[in-house]
Write a protein that binds this ligand. Structure first.
Ligand code: PBG
Length: 324
């Protein structure tokens, strides 16, 4: 019988020692809270597919953003749910469009206490639910969509968004939006590119959250879940076009892509723990099948360990509270 000379358990002996040698730590400032705001409601509405998450009124949105700031959360990411949609998503570019109105309200409420960010994509605003406009054949028209993204970017920047989250997966969107922003003097408006965004079933609950009108799928513009090299290529292309931050989305099923992008990137790399990831943990916890808070923390630590500098998560404020 020989006994081990190398004893890896030594560093795990006490909670204090484990804390001292921990390789990965969460911090509230690197969490971003996604928020939904619905036009024409005076009270927030609950979402059946995302227990605990609301479609906000402007008032409850302001309060919730202020609470996140109070908890030390790094940013909020706003999504609009308009009352009326059309083929070109025109409400996205109008000053009185719900997302732009809400952005102004939140920016006025929180000032510099938290970074105000907006989703820059047409899917919430189009009556067909696609992330871009359609050509005569019904296909998503990349270049015609870029023209609208430029207008949308300017509307969001004027409303007070500091970080634009480009989530439409059109080719050339980062360069097009950067050019539009710089042309109007918005040199300091940050572009966060959803670079490696996969065509994922885990966005399911989000479709209810934004009342999505989509009937088909997004496979002609979002990435094929099996493609790892292509995810990295998307991120590198966005960095070359001028992205200030790149993102991988969803998070948990794409940690290899996240690690690849983190290794190659010279800009911050974020990850989005999406609606389906949220709802899976909440549903399992509601059944008593997993320890909710431990599962949430472990999921976030795993995403950070894989290489995320910041994480969009629907639990941002709650987790920030635990970390205080
Ligand atoms: C597109 C967008 C989506 C999400 C964020 N931005 C939906 C999609 O691409 O289908 C999903 C977020 C989530 O599931 O939490 N505007």
């Amino acid at each position: 019988m020989t006994f081990p000379e190398t004893r890896l358990r030594r560093l795990r002996t006490t909670p204090a020692l484990r804390r001292l040698v921990a390789e990965t730590r969460l911090h509230p400032a690197e969490l971003v809270l996604p928020l939904f705001v619905r036009e024409g409601v005076s009270e927030p509405l609950p979402l059946g597919s995302m227990p605990g998450i609301l479609q906000h009124s402007i008032d409850s949105l302001r309060r919730t953003a202020a609470e996140a700031a109070e908890a030390g959360v790094g940013g909020v990411m706003l999504f609009g749910v308009p009352e009326v949609r059309d083929a070109t998503g025109s409400a996205s570019c109008r000053t009185d469009g719900i997302l732009n109105v809400a952005t102004e309200a939140v920016a006025a409420e929180v000032g510099d206490a938290i970074v105000v960010q907006t989703d820059l994509c047409l899917d919430e605003f189009t009556d067909h639910g696609h992330c871009g406009v359609l050509d005569a054949s019904g296909a998503v028209d990349n270049d015609a969509t870029l023209v609208i993204y430029r207008e949308m970017a300017l509307a969001q920047a004027r409303a007070g968004s500091q970080v634009l989250g480009l989530s439409g997966m059109m080719d050339g969107q980062v360069a097009a939006v950067r050019d539009a922003l710089d042309g109007e003097g918005f040199h300091d408006t940050v572009i966060m590119a959803y670079s490696a965004k996969y065509a994922s079933a885990f966005y399911g609950p989000f479709r209810e959250a934004v009342d999505s009108q989509l009937t088909g799928d997004r496979r002609s513009y979002q990435l094929d879940p099996g493609n790892r090299r292509e995810g990295l290529r998307e991120a590198i292309t966005d960095i070359e076009e001028g992205a200030d931050i790149v993102m991988v989305k969803p998070a948990m099923s794409y940690l290899d892509v996240l690690a690849d992008v983190a290794a190659a990137s010279d800009v911050p790399v974020w990850a989005y723990q999406v609606s389906g990831e949220y709802s899976m943990i909440e549903a399992a916890a509601a059944h008593g099948w997993i320890d909710r808070n431990r599962a949430i923390e472990e999921s976030l630590v795993g995403i950070k360990r894989a290489g995320a500098d910041a994480i969009l998560t629907y639990w941002a404020t709650e987790v920030a509270g635990w970390l205080k």
